[in-house]
Structures are given as C-alpha cells and as structure tokens.
Design a protein around this ligand. Structure first.
Ligand SMILES: Nc1nc2c(ncn2[C@@H]2O[C@H](COP(=O)(O)OP(=O)(O)OP(=O)(O)O)[C@@H](O)[C@H]2O)c(=O)[nH]1
Ligand SMILES: [Mg+2]
Ligand SMILES: [Zn+2]
Length: 336
C-alpha cells in the first residue's frame, strides 16, 4: 500500500526537483513542479488541514482547481507558505489521482453527491448492538458503497455490553466479511482497540455509521492522544451534552502504520450515484454465472441465470441471497 505523510520518505520529496536532469530537456516546465506533497486530514469551511512531511499546515484550494474539491484522504500538491506557522495559508494546486472514493447521497433521489473520503482501502461499518438499535438496511447500503467505491468492508459491532450480537451475526456472520464485536469493558481494558487494530495495520480505514454508535470512542482508543492533539479537531457538543463529530478527520494509527478516518454520523446512506448493474462486481464468485442472463438483467428477476447456476452448485446460495438483498435495498427509499 502507499504510505502517506508521516511515512513518506522526506528525502524522496526533497530530491525530486533534481531528478528532472534525467528527463529529456523541454522548454515546457510542468506547472508547480516544486510543489510539496501532502495529505488532507480534515476540511472545515474551505480551510483544509494538510500533513506535509511532519508538519500540519492550513491550506485553501487554488483558483485553478476550479470546481474540483479536495476531500479528506486526498493526496495533494501544495505551494506557497508551507511553514505551518500560525495564520499562514498554503494553496492546493493539484489533487492526485484517487485510488478509491467513498461517496454517498443524502437519499436515493438526491442528485447532490457527497464525497466522504478519498484513498481509503477499507470501510469500517460501525453498528451499535443497542442505543441506537442496529439498522441492517443501513449496513447493506454501506456495503454497496464500499464495494462500489473500491473499499473492503469491515463490520464493527459495538456496545455488546448492552445487547448480544447474535441476531446481527445471523445476518452477516456468513457473508465472508470480517467483523469485530466490542463492549464498554473491552474499550476500557484496551482489548477492543487491539482486536480492531488487527484489521487496520498498513491500511487507510474510514469509520462510518449512524450517530452515537461509538465511532469516535473507538478511533480515540486507537490513536494516542498526542497524535490527536496535533490536528486540533473540535467537536460540537449537542443539546444532550454529547460530543458529535461534525467533519471527517484522518488520524495516524498508533502502534502501526495505518490511518483511521473518523466521520460524522449519518442517518442514511443514499446510493443515487450507484448504477445497480455495478453491484454484481462486489460478488466475484457470482459474476461468472451472469453469462447466461438476459441482456441488462437486474439479477433480481425471473429470467436471471444466477438461480440455476447456484443450484448447480457453482456458488453458495447465501451469496445469491446476499446479492439480492443488496439489490433490493438499493431500490428502497428509506435509509433505515
Ligand atoms: N455502553 C457502551 N457505550 C459505548 C460504547 N462505545 C461507545 N459508547 C458510548 O456511546 C456514545 C456515543 O459514542 P461516540 O463515539 O461519540 O459515537 P459516534 O459514532 O462518534 O457519534 P457521532 O460522532 O455523532 O457520529 C458515547 O457516550 C460513548 O461513551 C460501548 O461499547 N458500550
Ligand atoms: Mg463521532
Ligand atoms: Zn441475472
């Protein structure tokens, strides 16, 4: 996997301008060839906090980027004041190509697409076993968004001190998706962080889920306090005195070389941007069976070839059931 920010070899960045001697001579200088490489840690009203080498600097988007917006996890090229000193502002002149993109819409009719995070390789779908109640349809939607965006899913079930995980495990235990169950007690002993961390090392993991499921609690258990402090993130305090996350924030994992991205709680995970025909790509074990399907088969209709194919024993029937459930959830309007 690619290393970001802190893990980037500084010498590598500094020596880059010298390397142009190896390239054929040309009079056309690439724009901003002396720009520094950085990673977007958080975005707050047009101000982006970026990690450049070991410094946290504030930046804004340069006019030349037009309507293109940088999001958390983006690798960007920065010019201008890169000192990171108070009241300085660098300019982001380029957004590098993204390896993945987690997107959602507020609901399925919403044409406005929100990019949640760029360049994550894993999506931790966090669900509380109680308070708030688990919402399987929201989980299914997050799964579709993960597969569609090129992220591997991880299920995290929190608050097992309040309710047992049995029902959810019945639904998701056999889907070949890694999962972790955590409790208040294990949070305090450090056991929860250890078991989640085992899935995070060397990867960029975005934590998503309904508000109050325990995403920030978990992220805080995974990232040592001094690392959290450097980004100076401020969370809003709700009327009930609870802290709720208001913007996505990338943090370097403690005791490993991965990244975790905490995100604000969502009510729904709209999939308006996702073409249902792409959902099948999340099921490589079923995909060969679609060869016998009628043209433009939804894979959720009478003539779909998958039923016969699975009956012949080419794939686990539970997988077809799972595909159909995801396709059906895509059609529903409600997020829960
Ligand atoms: N009983 C119990 N409570 C937990 C557990 N994990 C988190 N909590 C509590 O759940 C509440 C919400 O936790 P947060 O971490 O703020 O939830 P969040 O998912 O970040 O919420 P948003 O930022 O609003 O999306 C807090 O009061 C936590 O102390 C758990 O395993 N068991
Ligand atoms: Mg939070
Ligand atoms: Zn089909």
């Amino acid at each position: 996997m690619r290393r970001y920010g802190k893990h980037t070899d500084e010498d590598d960045i500094r020596s880059r301008p010298n390397r142009k001697g190896n390239r054929p001579r040309t009079n056309i200088r690439p724009k901003h060839e002396d720009a520094a490489e950085g990673m977007v840690l958080t975005v707050d009203r047009g101000r982006l906090t970026c990690l450049v080498d070991d410094r946290t600097i504030m930046a804004m988007k340069a006019r030349e980027l037009g309507r293109k917006a940088a999001v958390v996890g983006d690798r960007v090229a920065l010019v201008g004041d890169l000192s990171g000193m108070k009241d300085t502002l660098a300019r982001i002149v380029r957004i590098e190509e993204r390896s993945s993109l987690l997107r959602r819409t507020a609901d399925d009719d919403d044409p406005y697409e929100r990019v949640v995070v760029a360049n994550a390789d894993q999506l931790a779908i966090v669900t509380a076993l109680a308070d708030p109640e688990p919402r399987p349809r929201l989980i299914d939607r997050c799964l579709v968004a993960a597969y569609d965006g090129g992220l591997e899913p991880l299920l995290v079930m929190t608050k097992s001190d309040l309710a047992p995980p049995d029902k959810l495990l019945e639904l998701y235990g056999d889907l070949d998706i890694p999962y972790v169950v955590t409790s208040r007690e294990e949070l305090e002993s450090g056991g929860a962080a250890d078991r989640v961390r085992a899935h995070l090392d060397g990867r960029v993991t975005a934590f998503v889920g309904h508000s109050g499921v325990g995403k920030t609690t978990l992220v805080n258990a995974l990232v040592p306090e001094e690392r959290r402090r450097t980004t100076g993130h401020v969370n809003a305090v709700t009327g009930r005195g609870r802290h709720t996350t208001t913007s996505a924030l990338a943090l370097p994992l403690g005791g490993g070389d991965g990244w975790v991205v905490d995100t604000p709680g969502v009510r729904s995970f709209g999939l308006a941007h996702i073409d249902p025909s792409r959902v099948i790509h999340a099921f490589p074990d079923l995909e060969p069976g679609t060869e016998g399907c009628p043209r433009a088969c939804s894979h959720d209709e009478q003539d779909c070839a998958l039923d016969a194919w699975v009956e012949e024993g080419h794939a686990d029937p539970a997988r077809l059931y799972s595909l159909r459930r995801l396709l059906a959830t895509r059609e529903r309007k409600e997020g829960d």
